[in-house]
Design a protein around this ligand. Structure first.
Ligand code: HEC
Length: 135
């Protein structure tokens, strides 16, 4: 759902912070799914590097989105107790996705395919910091 409301001047609540970061993470899921289709040749190859760059931008966006300590959603408290580790993982994802885009532009889809699995590591952070295990 997409809603743009007039600026109300009130401070963002914890509920807003949770909703916001979940939108960002859903973007992440959609972009990875779209890239996966392209890498399996079920989507336009021209978009491969663009998806990788979008994933990098989304990881960067997520870093800011999680900065606000707001319990809720599927997030565990450990995120804010171990903030440097959590932040490092998102930065590694952003860097890896940017590298992936460069590889795609320079060496093509096959090279990207080979690299994608090692870069798009989602599960280990989810296992550590969320209630969504095994994904
Ligand atoms: C640094 C940790 C971290 C990494 C890396 C990470 N995630 Fe997440 N992800 C989270 C956290 C924390 C949540 C739970 C957020 C919440 O519920 O407030 C989440 C939630 C999600 C959700 C559920 C959103 C919703 O509310 O429905 C999706 C989809 C998702 N992540 C996709 C991905 C994908 C795909 C990747 C890998 C490219 C990834 N994530 C990498 C931490 C991470």
């Amino acid at each position: 759902m997409f809603v743009l409301l007039p600026v109300s001047g009130r401070a963002a609540s914890d509920i807003d912070a949770v909703t916001y970061r979940r939108h960002v993470m859903k973007t992440m899921g959609e972009q990875v799914a779209a890239l996966g289709m392209v890498l399996q040749k079920n989507g336009p190859a021209e978009n491969a590097a663009l998806h990788a760059r979008t994933i990098a931008l989304t990881a960067q966006t997520a870093l800011k989105a999680f900065e606000i300590k707001a319990a809720g959603g599927e997030a565990k408290e450990g995120i804010w107790r171990n903030w440097p580790d959590f932040a490092k993982r998102l930065k590694a994802l952003a860097d890896g996705a940017n590298d992936l885009a460069v590889i795609g532009e320079r060496d093509g889809l096959e090279a990207m395919q080979a690299k994608a699995m090692t870069v798009l590591t989602c599960k280990s952070c989810h296992d550590t910091y969320t209630l969504r295990q095994g994904r």
